[in-house]
Design a protein around this ligand. Structure first.
Ligand SMILES: C[S@@+](CC[C@H](N)C(=O)[O-])C[C@H]1O[C@@H](n2cnc3c(N)ncnc32)[C@H](O)[C@@H]1O
Length: 206
């Protein structure tokens, strides 16, 4: 999929679906929040959430006092939904509508968080571009958190093919620039009641 096809797909999803019923929906992104809190970073840590969709992670990070948050998504509609939901608190967040495989910035981040986005990249070129961008915009010793479908997870999502990961496979992909802090799998129960197995890994930039 190229950037235009991806954007068309995701804009349509966020314009036409009830996103409280999509498979990836979470009332509270508790694993993501716990992983970020466990890093024990100052509240001024520069955090980017890539492929935020209209998730509540930004909302909870503000509640916890984090003050430098960027939400990036290919769908402008998803970001508009978050801005609308947050009202004046949206001023506390930087929003970026971009394809993460094409993203460039002069910012340096302390945390890169991704839940359910990386697995949509299925070509070697897109995967390499994503990991190159993550390595480029993270400070030394900064953290890369990726939550992706595990090798026991679904093989499609949102009507798109995805790439599933074992811990070894994900660690191998990032090994040039990151060392593993921890990895674990957990089940996510979708709003319709099915179970999806995720692999979460925390890596640290060399
Ligand atoms: C399955 S949803 C997950 C949303 C959110 N992370 C969550 O956990 O609720 C995937 C999200 O990634 C975004 N996305 C997909 N491909 C992307 C890309 N190449 N660059 C940026 N965002 C992308 C989609 O627009 C969508 O919001």
């Amino acid at each position: 999929m190229n950037t235009m096809e991806r954007k068309q797909h995701w804009e349509k999803v966020f314009r036409t679906k009830d996103t409280s019923q999509v498979s990836w929906h979470q009332q509270e992104p508790s694993t993501s929040l716990r992983l970020i809190e466990e890093l024990h970073l100052p509240k001024t840590a520069n955090i980017i959430e890539v492929g935020s969709g209209d998730s509540l992670l930004g909302h909870y990070l503000i509640e916890k006092g984090y003050s430098k948050i960027t939400l990036l998504d290919i769908s402008e509609k998803a970001l508009e939904t978050i801005k609308y939901r947050l009202q004046e608190r949206a001023d506390k967040i930087a929003f970026c509508a971009a394809d993460i495989t094409q993203f460039t910035t002069n910012e340096k981040y302390d945390v890169w968080h991704d839940r359910a986005v990386f697995h949509f990249l299925t070509s070697r070129k897109d995967i390499n571009n994503y990991l190159k961008n993550a390595a480029l915009c993270l400070n030394k010793n900064a953290y890369l958190i990726i939550g992706t479908f595990s090798n026991k997870g679904p093989d499609m999502c949102s009507g798109l093919n995805i790439q599933r990961y074992s811990e070894d496979k994900l660690c191998h992909l990032v090994k040039d620039n990151f060392k593993k802090v921890k990895c674990f799998t957990e089940n996510h129960t979708t709003p319709s009641g099915s179970v999806q197995n995720f692999l979460f890994c925390v890596f640290q930039r060399n």
